[in-house]
Ligand binder design. Structure first.
Ligand code: AHM
Ligand code: MG
Length: 339
């Protein structure tokens, strides 16, 4: 039998971060340490999700979070793991989590320079069915002289120094981007306990005939949104072929597919949810940064650049359209006609 070709030059996340840090002589290593803490939270959340059905972690916790969503047991555990990882990293000053009403201020880390935003387990309504969920995160660097006050985290996505998400699916995937550009994808090797660089320099295809939206809301959509999706389903002219629909209902999974295959993901604001469903700080902005850095686009329901939106409150929501450059451009064009 032929011997399997063994790769002995593996790029782990740890190696990747060390090599990135070396490119920036001014770097102190704080960001790298923060990322190590993040990576541990991803591994531990992935571990409990895989074991959930076996150790009675499915179902509701009996509580609800700030915005009235019922919390699952795993929502609570995922949040606790994430908060503990950030606190003990020593590098995180402020933390906003979907599961915490208030911004957490880590006074025990008074010199920490980073502010982190997260949705520890996004898509948790899918958890008990074993459908992919994930963690979304964004990292801001607080300006010199920041006092560590809650309001200091109300920043637009353009201020993110890094963001990304994980997907706990058939395998655990991590997508990471940094201000310096480039989107890199890692796959968890459970035997090694390491994230391995498997998708270097991810680029989203310029266009693809796939749309991803909860069409059950179409009754409530505004005219331009209805018209846009109708143009995909009932095409006129020479292309003639309708788009395929794919909607998992976990943004991380829908986003991961869209990043790899191209297409468009949307959660528009509508008459039922005039502000949209997804949260600006820890869902929309981090995803928008990933899509832009991979060569795609992300806009809100007013067709403004998603990354430029400044939230007024930590849990503010927004409509979002994100995906391939040309697909998002088509939404923008349809909206222009309606002005
Ligand atoms: P969550 O943070 O409470 O899990 O909600 C966010 C999720 C996204 O992952 C997904 O895109 C969306 O909600 C699905 O919503 P809907 O069930 O309305 O289609
Ligand atoms: Mg969420």
């Amino acid at each position: 039998v032929a011997q399997e070709k063994i790769n002995t030059d593996i790029v782990t996340l740890t190696r990747f971060l060390t090599e990135e840090q070396a490119k920036h002589p001014e770097a102190t290593g704080d960001f790298t340490l923060l990322c190590h803490a993040l990576q541990f939270s991803f591994k531990s959340i992935a571990y409990y999700i895989r074991r959930a059905t076996l150790i009675n972690l499915t179902g509701l916790a009996g509580s609800s979070n700030t915005t009235g969503d019922d919390q699952k047991k795993l929502d609570v555990i995922g949040n606790d793991l994430f908060v503990a990882a950030m606190r003990t990293s020593g590098k995180c000053r402020l933390l906003v989590s979907e599961e915490e009403e208030e911004c957490i201020v880590f006074n025990e880390n008074p010199t920490a320079r980073y502010a982190v935003v997260c949705d520890p387990i996004d898509g948790s309504s899918n958890l008990d069915a074993g459908v992919s969920v994930g963690t979304i995160f964004g990292i801001f660097r607080l300006p010199e002289g920041a006092k560590g006050e809650k309001e200091e985290i109300l920043l637009p996505g353009t201020e993110l120094v890094s963001s990304g998400f994980t997907m706990y699916g058939a395998s655990t995937q991590l997508v990471l981007t940094m201000k310096s550009g480039g989107v890199n994808g890692f796959t968890m090797d459970n035997a090694l306990g390491e994230f391995i660089l498997t998708h270097p320099n991810m680029q989203i295809p310029k266009s693809r005939a796939i749309y991803s939206v909860n069409e059950g809301n179409s009754l409530y959509w505004d005219e331009p949104v209805k018209e846009y999706f109708n143009t995909l389903k009932y095409p006129v002219g020479k292309s003639g072929k309708p788009y395929s629909a794919r909607y998992i209902g976990s943004m991380v999974a829908d986003a991961y597919r869209t990043l790899l295959y191209g297409g468009i993901f949307a959660y528009p604001s509508d008459k039922k949810s005039p502000k949209g469903k997804l949260r600006i700080l820890y869902e929309c902005a981090p995803m928008a940064m990933v899509f832009e850095n991979a060569g795609g686009q992300a806009v809100n329901s007013r067709m403004e650049r998603m990354l430029s939106v400044v939230p007024e409150h930590i849990h503010d929501r927004s409509g979002i359209f994100m995906g391939s450059q040309n697909e998002v451009q088509n939404v923008i064009e349809v909206h222009k006609k309606h002005r």
